[in-house]
Write a protein that binds this ligand. Structure first.
Ligand SMILES: [Zn+2]
Length: 76
């Protein structure tokens, strides 16, 4: 779930994917690693709101809203 509309804290396992996607944010006081998603859903542009479920496609580097996430999973 999204911490805020701009970024969400992630664990170390996702860090390298976040770097690949150019979405890693560090150096904040409230956590170590964050995934930046201020641009919203990579498929439809919907804003990712605080508390929204979303997913991070580690292959493409896209952050997706739940709807597009499920759509992409079905196509995979
Ligand atoms: Zn979407």
């Amino acid at each position: 779930m999204a911490d805020s509309a701009e970024r969400t804290q992630i664990g170390e396992g996702l860090v390298r994917f976040a770097v690949q996607a150019g979405r890693l944010e560090t150096g904040r006081d409230d956590g170590k690693y964050f995934l930046e998603h201020v641009d919203g859903c990579g498929a439809g542009g919907e804003p990712i709101r605080p508390g929204d479920a979303f997913c991070f496609d580690t292959e493409t580097g896209d952050v997706l809203c739940l709807e597009h996430c499920e759509e992409r999973r079905e196509q995979a």
